[in-house]
Ligand binder design. Structure first.
Ligand code: MSP
Length: 489
């Protein structure tokens, strides 16, 4: 495995409250980050907010407040949520920060000097929701944007453009590189390339969009929000001035997490921008499906049908939500509502994982002399059981292979706890009359639980830490503990 890994989430639009999708990608990225750290990998993990562009501008205008006041308010909401969810990020970037504006203007000035941009009058149907000019296949029968169900605006204006099509062959090769892009979504991008890549419009006239980064070579324009936002991934690594070897090593191992609706900017614009800048393409791009309503229909911030992560946390707790999202998020869509979140919490965390620990721990506390963890003297069967659990967990942690790994990890963890429960039911230590025998059986199970929880730490870090502290080692006095996860009625 690589010694370093740079993990990124998309930077989220700062035009509203965080919803469950934002929590989902961030939790899954955090689970991978923690798993890699547990395996000795040095990780740099960044997330943040995408603050420019028309979407954000509209909210600021409606609220009649300054951009700064608005961004501070939204930042707090995201930072607070990520804190509750125990997200261990290393950087939280906001695109209105000076360090980022400098990077964007530096890149623009360099590319402009090298003659990479050209000005022309063009236009098309523009969707403010997507912040994109739409192609025909993005419109429904009524001419509405399929994603946002709203009528795009016909716009004709003079702008700066960037040629994409000359990179078609190179990009096709990159996308076909084993492991680079999530298979489920690769074909969509390859088809776009086959159909011909139109020039990318990298500017917006200030008369229409004021909330953006001014082009350093033409003050009548601001930068197209995607050109600005994608560069955040380099800003957090100190590009260009501090982009020296250690930082560059992070760049060369980057894994970009995102959901399926933003594969075009990440899979087409971004690698080409980097190539023009003389920077290596991203290492991997992990694309997951949407959390949808249980009937499979889209839930979205713009449509107002999103699940509120805070409500879910009130119901199942932060670790509960971490678990449900980790298990649910994968390449394909997953349907969720508040009830299904509670159900998954009950079956997995309360019934299987939490219960295994609580009943054995309580029994051991009563049975051990003075509640003190005795010295282990396991027989062959107990040793075999612990070895089996060791084998089960040995290859369980995600290593950054693909987007489905984290969901698989949660499922495999469940299997480990199920195996422990089978052993508990089979050996039924509560029936043993000989106290020493009973205590050794309980101790063997506690050992197995300690091991299993140490491998569950990336997804349920607080529960894992509680278990580690509670069980301790030989001589530890077992204290009263609360159940880890209480079944919700
Ligand atoms: N600002 C851009 C990203 C720029 S990255 C250089 C953006 N922001 S967003 O607020 O719309 O967030 C999009 C991301 O949020 C998705 O790609 C995904 O990571 C997450 N999700 C938003 N809705 C989601 C679901 N319904 N389900 C799962 N994840 C979703 O696009």
């Amino acid at each position: 495995m690589q010694k370093k890994t740079f993990i990124t989430t998309p930077i989220y639009y700062a035009n509203g409250n965080p919803h469950i999708g934002h929590a989902a990608t961030t939790v899954v990225a955090d689970v991978l980050a923690r798993s890699l750290k547990l395996q000795g990998v040095e990780v740099f993990f960044s997330t943040g907010l995408d603050e420019h562009g028309q979407k954000n501008q509209k909210v600021i205008e409606e609220r009649k407040i300054t951009a700064k006041v608005y961004h501070d308010e939204i930042r707090k909401k995201f930072v607070d949520l990520f804190k509750v969810l125990n997200i261990e990020y290393d950087d939280f970037i906001q695109t209105t920060e000076k360090r980022h504006i400098d990077v964007v203007q530096g890149v623009l000035a360099k590319l402009h000097k090298e003659g990479k941009f050209f000005k022309k009058e063009d236009g098309g149907l523009y969707c403010e929701g997507c912040e994109l000019f739409l192609e025909d296949d993005q419109l429904d029968a009524e001419g509405m944007c399929k994603d946002h169900k709203r009528k795009p605006t016909l716009i004709k204006e003079e702008n700066y453009y960037f040629n994409l099509s000359k990179h078609a062959d190179w990009l096709t090769k990159l996308l076909n590189k084993e492991g680079f892009f999530t298979e489920t979504y690769k074909k969509e991008l390859l088809n776009m390339i086959k159909e011909g890549l139109p020039d990318l419009c990298i500017s917006r006239p200030k008369s229409r969009v004021w909330h953006g980064i001014e082009l350093p070579f033409d003050t009548d324009y601001v930068t197209y929000v995607w050109f600005d936002a994608l560069l955040n991934y380099l800003t957090v690594l100190g590009y260009p001035n501090d982009f020296t070897k250690p930082k560059q090593e992070f760049w060369d191992t980057v894994i970009h997490f995102m959901a399926k609706e933003i594969i075009k900017p990440h899979g087409i614009f971004w690698p080409i921008m980097l190539r023009e800048m003389g920077v290596n393409p991203p290492h991997k791009e992990f694309v997951h499906g949407f959390i949808t309503a249980v009937d499979g229909s889209k839930m979205s911030k713009s449509l107002g049908t999103g699940l509120d992560p805070s409500v879910a946390i009130e119901q199942v707790g932060a670790e509960g939500l971490r678990w449900v999202l980790t298990k649910g998020i994968q390449a394909n869509d997953v349907g969720m509502d508040y009830q299904s979140i509670v159900n998954t919490f009950n079956t997995d965390l309360a019934n299987i994982i939490g219960n295994a620990f609580f009943r054995i721990y309580s029994m051991a506390k009563k049975s051990f002399k003075d509640s003190k963890v005795p010295k282990a003297a396991f027989d062959a069967r107990q040793k075999k059981f612990i070895d089996l659990i060791k084998k089960d967990v040995a290859e369980i942690l995600p290593t950054g292979k693909d987007i489905n790994e984290t969901s698989q990890y949660a499922r495999s963890l469940l299997d480990v706890f199920r195996n422990i429960n089978v052993y508990i039911d089979h050996t039924a230590p509560w029936k043993l009359e000989n106290v020493d025998k009973k205590n050794q059986e309980l101790l063997a199970i506690l050992e197995a639980l300690k091991l299993a929880f140490s491998y569950a730490a990336p997804v349920i870090p607080q529960a894992a830490a509680k278990v580690k502290e509670a069980i301790g080692k030989c001589g530890t006095v077992l204290k009263d503990v609360e159940p880890l996860f209480i079944r919700i009625k």
